[in-house]
Design a protein around this ligand. Structure first.
Ligand SMILES: Nc1nc2c(ncn2[C@@H]2O[C@H](COP(=O)(O)OP(=O)(O)O)[C@@H](O)[C@H]2O)c(=O)[nH]1
Ligand SMILES: [Mg+2]
Length: 328
Protein backbone atom coordinates (compact mmCIF):
# COMPACT_ATOMS: atom_id res chain seq x y z
CA UNK A 1 0.00 0.00 0.00
CA UNK A 2 1.56 3.32 -1.05
CA UNK A 3 1.37 5.99 1.64
CA UNK A 4 1.70 9.76 2.04
CA UNK A 5 4.73 11.47 3.61
CA UNK A 6 3.05 11.19 7.01
CA UNK A 7 2.91 7.41 6.66
CA UNK A 8 -0.90 7.17 6.40
CA UNK A 9 -2.64 6.27 3.13
CA UNK A 10 -4.11 9.33 1.34
CA UNK A 11 -7.87 8.97 1.23
CA UNK A 12 -10.15 10.72 -1.27
CA UNK A 13 -13.93 10.81 -0.92
CA UNK A 14 -15.60 11.30 -4.31
CA UNK A 15 -19.18 12.55 -4.44
CA UNK A 16 -20.79 12.79 -7.90
CA UNK A 17 -23.62 15.33 -7.75
CA UNK A 18 -26.36 16.55 -9.98
CA UNK A 19 -28.88 18.79 -8.23
CA UNK A 20 -28.32 17.54 -4.68
CA UNK A 21 -28.65 20.84 -2.75
CA UNK A 22 -30.88 19.22 -0.12
CA UNK A 23 -28.37 16.61 0.99
CA UNK A 24 -24.83 17.30 -0.25
CA UNK A 25 -23.66 19.41 2.72
CA UNK A 26 -24.79 16.69 5.12
CA UNK A 27 -22.89 14.02 3.20
CA UNK A 28 -19.71 16.14 3.19
CA UNK A 29 -20.05 16.83 6.93
CA UNK A 30 -20.64 13.15 7.76
CA UNK A 31 -17.52 12.09 5.86
CA UNK A 32 -15.47 14.92 7.36
CA UNK A 33 -16.46 13.57 10.80
CA UNK A 34 -15.63 9.97 9.89
CA UNK A 35 -12.42 10.72 7.98
CA UNK A 36 -10.94 14.05 9.19
CA UNK A 37 -7.77 13.72 7.09
CA UNK A 38 -9.48 12.80 3.80
CA UNK A 39 -9.82 15.06 0.76
CA UNK A 40 -13.53 15.35 0.03
CA UNK A 41 -14.40 16.14 -3.58
CA UNK A 42 -17.80 17.06 -4.98
CA UNK A 43 -17.90 16.52 -8.73
CA UNK A 44 -20.68 18.72 -9.97
CA UNK A 45 -22.25 18.24 -13.36
CA UNK A 46 -24.05 21.43 -14.37
CA UNK A 47 -26.39 21.43 -11.37
CA UNK A 48 -29.03 24.14 -11.68
CA UNK A 49 -29.64 24.36 -7.94
CA UNK A 50 -27.31 25.41 -5.11
CA UNK A 51 -25.35 22.14 -4.90
CA UNK A 52 -22.00 23.88 -5.48
CA UNK A 53 -22.55 26.61 -2.85
CA UNK A 54 -23.74 24.10 -0.26
CA UNK A 55 -20.84 21.72 -0.92
CA UNK A 56 -18.33 24.59 -0.85
CA UNK A 57 -19.56 25.94 2.45
CA UNK A 58 -19.42 22.43 3.90
CA UNK A 59 -15.71 22.41 3.00
CA UNK A 60 -15.62 20.16 -0.07
CA UNK A 61 -13.19 20.58 -2.95
CA UNK A 62 -15.32 21.39 -6.00
CA UNK A 63 -14.64 20.01 -9.44
CA UNK A 64 -16.87 20.76 -12.38
CA UNK A 65 -17.45 18.38 -15.29
CA UNK A 66 -19.15 19.75 -18.40
CA UNK A 67 -20.15 16.54 -20.12
CA UNK A 68 -23.41 15.39 -18.54
CA UNK A 69 -23.67 11.92 -17.04
CA UNK A 70 -22.51 10.01 -13.96
CA UNK A 71 -20.18 7.86 -16.07
CA UNK A 72 -18.32 10.88 -17.48
CA UNK A 73 -17.99 12.20 -13.95
CA UNK A 74 -16.55 8.91 -12.69
CA UNK A 75 -14.05 8.95 -15.56
CA UNK A 76 -12.99 12.48 -14.55
CA UNK A 77 -12.65 11.43 -10.90
CA UNK A 78 -10.43 8.49 -11.80
CA UNK A 79 -8.32 10.66 -14.09
CA UNK A 80 -7.92 13.75 -11.94
CA UNK A 81 -7.76 12.63 -8.31
CA UNK A 82 -4.54 11.29 -6.87
CA UNK A 83 -4.90 9.17 -3.72
CA UNK A 84 -4.18 5.73 -2.26
CA UNK A 85 -7.74 4.87 -1.29
CA UNK A 86 -10.80 6.19 -3.13
CA UNK A 87 -14.31 6.22 -1.68
CA UNK A 88 -17.25 6.86 -4.01
CA UNK A 89 -20.60 7.78 -2.51
CA UNK A 90 -23.89 9.29 -3.69
CA UNK A 91 -24.59 12.88 -2.69
CA UNK A 92 -28.14 11.97 -1.66
CA UNK A 93 -27.49 10.83 1.94
CA UNK A 94 -28.98 7.40 1.35
CA UNK A 95 -25.85 5.43 2.24
CA UNK A 96 -24.47 5.20 5.80
CA UNK A 97 -21.23 7.19 6.23
CA UNK A 98 -20.27 5.33 9.41
CA UNK A 99 -19.89 2.08 7.42
CA UNK A 100 -16.90 3.60 5.61
CA UNK A 101 -14.26 2.16 7.96
CA UNK A 102 -15.59 -1.37 7.47
CA UNK A 103 -15.67 -0.84 3.70
CA UNK A 104 -12.15 0.59 3.60
CA UNK A 105 -10.54 -2.11 5.74
CA UNK A 106 -9.99 -4.78 3.02
CA UNK A 107 -8.43 -2.20 0.66
CA UNK A 108 -6.26 -0.79 3.45
CA UNK A 109 -4.99 -4.26 4.28
CA UNK A 110 -4.24 -4.83 0.58
CA UNK A 111 -6.74 -7.71 0.45
CA UNK A 112 -9.14 -6.17 -2.08
CA UNK A 113 -9.14 -3.65 -4.94
CA UNK A 114 -12.84 -2.90 -4.82
CA UNK A 115 -15.27 -3.12 -1.93
CA UNK A 116 -18.91 -2.80 -2.88
CA UNK A 117 -21.35 -1.58 -0.25
CA UNK A 118 -24.03 -4.14 -1.03
CA UNK A 119 -27.59 -3.15 -0.33
CA UNK A 120 -28.81 -6.67 -0.99
CA UNK A 121 -26.52 -8.93 1.02
CA UNK A 122 -28.26 -11.10 3.58
CA UNK A 123 -29.03 -9.19 6.75
CA UNK A 124 -29.42 -5.78 5.09
CA UNK A 125 -32.66 -3.80 5.42
CA UNK A 126 -32.48 -1.58 2.34
CA UNK A 127 -35.41 0.56 1.23
CA UNK A 128 -35.74 -0.03 -2.49
CA UNK A 129 -38.38 0.95 -4.98
CA UNK A 130 -39.96 -2.28 -6.29
CA UNK A 131 -38.81 -1.81 -9.89
CA UNK A 132 -35.24 -1.05 -8.77
CA UNK A 133 -35.16 -4.21 -6.68
CA UNK A 134 -36.43 -6.25 -9.65
CA UNK A 135 -33.85 -4.71 -12.01
CA UNK A 136 -31.07 -5.36 -9.54
CA UNK A 137 -32.07 -9.03 -9.17
CA UNK A 138 -32.23 -9.49 -12.94
CA UNK A 139 -28.80 -7.93 -13.54
CA UNK A 140 -27.25 -9.85 -10.68
CA UNK A 141 -28.48 -13.19 -12.11
CA UNK A 142 -27.19 -12.23 -15.53
CA UNK A 143 -23.78 -11.07 -14.27
CA UNK A 144 -23.22 -14.06 -12.02
CA UNK A 145 -24.12 -16.62 -14.65
CA UNK A 146 -22.11 -14.97 -17.45
CA UNK A 147 -18.99 -14.08 -15.48
CA UNK A 148 -19.05 -16.87 -12.87
CA UNK A 149 -19.02 -14.62 -9.80
CA UNK A 150 -21.24 -14.37 -6.73
CA UNK A 151 -21.94 -10.67 -6.35
CA UNK A 152 -25.22 -9.44 -4.91
CA UNK A 153 -25.23 -5.74 -5.86
CA UNK A 154 -23.95 -4.80 -9.28
CA UNK A 155 -25.25 -1.24 -9.17
CA UNK A 156 -24.36 0.08 -5.72
CA UNK A 157 -22.98 3.64 -5.74
CA UNK A 158 -21.09 3.17 -2.45
CA UNK A 159 -17.67 1.72 -3.22
CA UNK A 160 -14.06 1.80 -2.11
CA UNK A 161 -11.24 1.41 -4.65
CA UNK A 162 -7.52 0.83 -4.46
CA UNK A 163 -5.19 3.11 -6.39
CA UNK A 164 -4.14 0.12 -8.51
CA UNK A 165 -7.74 -0.36 -9.69
CA UNK A 166 -8.42 3.33 -10.35
CA UNK A 167 -5.27 3.53 -12.46
CA UNK A 168 -5.96 0.26 -14.28
CA UNK A 169 -9.61 0.47 -15.31
CA UNK A 170 -10.34 2.05 -18.72
CA UNK A 171 -13.95 3.23 -18.44
CA UNK A 172 -15.91 4.57 -21.39
CA UNK A 173 -19.59 4.57 -20.32
CA UNK A 174 -21.11 8.00 -19.82
CA UNK A 175 -24.23 7.34 -17.75
CA UNK A 176 -25.61 5.09 -15.04
CA UNK A 177 -24.07 2.03 -16.71
CA UNK A 178 -20.77 3.02 -15.11
CA UNK A 179 -21.16 0.76 -12.03
CA UNK A 180 -21.91 -2.31 -14.17
CA UNK A 181 -18.99 -1.44 -16.45
CA UNK A 182 -16.46 -0.96 -13.65
CA UNK A 183 -17.55 -4.18 -11.95
CA UNK A 184 -17.25 -6.33 -15.08
CA UNK A 185 -13.96 -4.76 -16.18
CA UNK A 186 -12.54 -5.25 -12.69
CA UNK A 187 -13.56 -8.93 -12.76
CA UNK A 188 -11.98 -9.38 -16.18
CA UNK A 189 -8.72 -7.73 -15.14
CA UNK A 190 -8.37 -10.02 -12.15
CA UNK A 191 -8.93 -7.37 -9.47
CA UNK A 192 -10.21 -8.69 -6.15
CA UNK A 193 -13.77 -7.54 -5.40
CA UNK A 194 -15.48 -8.05 -2.04
CA UNK A 195 -18.86 -6.97 -0.76
CA UNK A 196 -19.81 -5.58 2.60
CA UNK A 197 -23.43 -5.03 3.70
CA UNK A 198 -24.92 -1.52 3.88
CA UNK A 199 -28.50 -0.42 4.47
CA UNK A 200 -29.88 1.91 1.84
CA UNK A 201 -32.07 4.69 3.23
CA UNK A 202 -34.63 6.85 1.47
CA UNK A 203 -34.01 10.27 -0.02
CA UNK A 204 -35.50 13.04 2.13
CA UNK A 205 -38.46 15.08 0.88
CA UNK A 206 -37.53 17.44 -1.94
CA UNK A 207 -34.67 15.23 -3.19
CA UNK A 208 -35.11 13.15 -6.33
CA UNK A 209 -33.36 10.15 -7.86
CA UNK A 210 -31.73 10.81 -11.24
CA UNK A 211 -32.33 7.29 -12.55
CA UNK A 212 -34.83 7.02 -15.41
CA UNK A 213 -35.99 3.46 -14.92
CA UNK A 214 -36.64 2.44 -18.54
CA UNK A 215 -33.91 4.42 -20.29
CA UNK A 216 -31.16 3.70 -17.74
CA UNK A 217 -32.38 0.13 -17.21
CA UNK A 218 -31.93 -0.51 -20.93
CA UNK A 219 -28.52 1.20 -20.92
CA UNK A 220 -27.33 -1.05 -18.08
CA UNK A 221 -28.69 -4.20 -19.78
CA UNK A 222 -27.06 -3.35 -23.10
CA UNK A 223 -23.76 -2.64 -21.30
CA UNK A 224 -23.82 -6.10 -19.69
CA UNK A 225 -24.60 -7.74 -23.06
CA UNK A 226 -21.92 -5.71 -24.90
CA UNK A 227 -19.28 -6.61 -22.32
CA UNK A 228 -20.43 -10.25 -22.49
CA UNK A 229 -19.81 -10.15 -26.26
CA UNK A 230 -16.44 -8.41 -25.84
CA UNK A 231 -15.04 -10.47 -22.96
CA UNK A 232 -16.65 -13.89 -23.51
CA UNK A 233 -16.90 -14.04 -27.33
CA UNK A 234 -16.70 -17.82 -27.60
CA UNK A 235 -19.66 -18.30 -25.26
CA UNK A 236 -21.59 -15.44 -26.88
CA UNK A 237 -21.09 -16.30 -30.56
CA UNK A 238 -20.81 -20.04 -29.84
CA UNK A 239 -24.21 -20.13 -28.11
CA UNK A 240 -25.73 -17.98 -30.86
CA UNK A 241 -24.23 -20.27 -33.52
CA UNK A 242 -25.38 -23.49 -31.86
CA UNK A 243 -28.89 -22.06 -31.47
CA UNK A 244 -28.97 -21.21 -35.21
CA UNK A 245 -27.64 -24.65 -36.13
CA UNK A 246 -30.30 -26.32 -33.98
CA UNK A 247 -32.98 -24.06 -35.51
CA UNK A 248 -31.87 -24.97 -39.03
CA UNK A 249 -31.48 -28.69 -38.38
CA UNK A 250 -35.12 -29.32 -37.49
CA UNK A 251 -36.72 -28.21 -40.82
CA UNK A 252 -33.63 -29.53 -42.62
CA UNK A 253 -34.14 -33.05 -41.23
CA UNK A 254 -37.81 -32.89 -42.19
CA UNK A 255 -36.97 -31.85 -45.78
CA UNK A 256 -34.47 -34.72 -46.10
CA UNK A 257 -37.00 -37.21 -44.71
CA UNK A 258 -39.65 -36.06 -47.19
CA UNK A 259 -37.14 -36.31 -50.02
CA UNK A 260 -36.09 -39.82 -49.04
CA UNK A 261 -39.76 -40.90 -48.76
CA UNK A 262 -41.02 -39.47 -52.06
CA UNK A 263 -37.83 -39.26 -54.12
CA UNK A 264 -38.97 -35.77 -55.24
CA UNK A 265 -37.49 -32.52 -53.96
CA UNK A 266 -40.39 -30.08 -53.68
CA UNK A 267 -39.65 -28.22 -50.40
CA UNK A 268 -37.12 -25.71 -51.64
CA UNK A 269 -38.06 -22.87 -49.34
CA UNK A 270 -37.62 -24.72 -46.01
CA UNK A 271 -34.46 -26.33 -47.44
CA UNK A 272 -33.05 -22.91 -48.27
CA UNK A 273 -33.97 -21.40 -44.91
CA UNK A 274 -32.56 -24.36 -43.03
CA UNK A 275 -29.30 -24.28 -45.02
CA UNK A 276 -28.99 -20.54 -44.40
CA UNK A 277 -29.54 -20.90 -40.65
CA UNK A 278 -27.01 -23.73 -40.31
CA UNK A 279 -24.41 -21.86 -42.37
CA UNK A 280 -24.88 -18.63 -40.39
CA UNK A 281 -24.59 -20.70 -37.19
CA UNK A 282 -21.31 -22.26 -38.31
CA UNK A 283 -19.92 -18.84 -39.24
CA UNK A 284 -20.98 -17.48 -35.83
CA UNK A 285 -19.13 -20.32 -34.02
CA UNK A 286 -15.99 -19.58 -36.05
CA UNK A 287 -16.26 -15.86 -35.32
CA UNK A 288 -16.42 -16.84 -31.62
CA UNK A 289 -13.27 -18.96 -31.91
CA UNK A 290 -11.33 -16.20 -33.68
CA UNK A 291 -12.41 -13.47 -31.25
CA UNK A 292 -11.65 -15.76 -28.30
CA UNK A 293 -8.04 -16.10 -29.47
CA UNK A 294 -7.69 -12.36 -29.97
CA UNK A 295 -9.29 -11.71 -26.59
CA UNK A 296 -6.83 -14.03 -24.82
CA UNK A 297 -3.87 -12.30 -26.42
CA UNK A 298 -5.21 -8.95 -25.24
CA UNK A 299 -5.69 -10.40 -21.75
CA UNK A 300 -2.03 -11.41 -21.72
CA UNK A 301 -1.09 -7.92 -22.82
CA UNK A 302 -3.26 -6.47 -20.06
CA UNK A 303 -1.56 -8.61 -17.42
CA UNK A 304 1.82 -7.61 -18.77
CA UNK A 305 0.84 -3.94 -18.53
CA UNK A 306 -0.34 -4.44 -14.95
CA UNK A 307 3.02 -5.95 -14.00
CA UNK A 308 4.80 -3.13 -15.79
CA UNK A 309 2.75 -0.47 -13.99
CA UNK A 310 3.29 -2.09 -10.61
CA UNK A 311 7.03 -2.14 -11.20
CA UNK A 312 7.00 1.52 -12.19
CA UNK A 313 4.91 2.51 -9.19
CA UNK A 314 7.39 0.70 -6.94
CA UNK A 315 10.09 2.84 -8.54
CA UNK A 316 11.70 -0.12 -10.22
CA UNK A 317 11.60 1.69 -13.53
CA UNK A 318 14.94 0.35 -14.61
CA UNK A 319 13.79 -3.23 -13.82
CA UNK A 320 10.58 -2.75 -15.80
CA UNK A 321 12.36 -1.41 -18.87
CA UNK A 322 15.01 -4.12 -18.62
CA UNK A 323 12.36 -6.85 -18.42
CA UNK A 324 10.45 -5.54 -21.42
CA UNK A 325 13.65 -5.18 -23.47
CA UNK A 326 14.70 -8.76 -22.63
CA UNK A 327 11.33 -10.06 -23.82
CA UNK A 328 11.59 -8.42 -27.25
N1 LIG B 1 -22.11 14.64 -11.54
C1 LIG B 1 -23.21 13.94 -11.83
N2 LIG B 1 -23.75 13.25 -10.88
C2 LIG B 1 -24.86 12.55 -11.16
C3 LIG B 1 -25.47 12.53 -12.44
N3 LIG B 1 -26.54 11.75 -12.38
C4 LIG B 1 -26.59 11.32 -11.10
N4 LIG B 1 -25.59 11.81 -10.38
C5 LIG B 1 -25.26 11.59 -8.98
O1 LIG B 1 -24.95 10.24 -8.80
C6 LIG B 1 -25.46 9.79 -7.57
C7 LIG B 1 -26.35 8.61 -7.81
O2 LIG B 1 -27.53 9.02 -8.46
P1 LIG B 1 -28.96 8.71 -7.84
O3 LIG B 1 -29.96 9.58 -8.52
O4 LIG B 1 -28.87 8.80 -6.35
O5 LIG B 1 -29.19 7.22 -8.29
P2 LIG B 1 -29.86 6.08 -7.39
O6 LIG B 1 -29.07 6.05 -6.11
O7 LIG B 1 -29.72 4.84 -8.18
O8 LIG B 1 -31.27 6.52 -7.18
C8 LIG B 1 -26.14 10.99 -6.91
O9 LIG B 1 -25.25 11.61 -6.03
C9 LIG B 1 -26.44 11.88 -8.10
O10 LIG B 1 -26.47 13.26 -7.76
C10 LIG B 1 -24.87 13.31 -13.46
O11 LIG B 1 -25.32 13.37 -14.59
N5 LIG B 1 -23.74 13.97 -13.10
MG1 LIG C 1 -28.66 7.43 -4.78
Amino acid sequence: MPVSETGAPRVAVLIPCYNEEVTVAGVVAQFRAELPAADIYVFDNNSQDRTVERAQSAGAIIRRVQRQGKGYVVQAMFREVDADIYIMIDGDATYPADAVHRLMAPVERGEADMVIGSRLLEGTASRFRLLNRFGNLLYRRLLNSIFGVRLTDLLSGYRVFSRRLVRGLPLVGGGFETEAEMTIKAIERGFVIVESPVDLGERPAGSHSKIRILQDGWLILSTIITLFRDYRPLTFFGALGLALIALGTIPGAWVIREYVKSGVMDHWLPALLSGGAVLTGVISVFVGVILHTICRRFQELDRQLQIFEEMISRNNIRDAIGNSARRQ
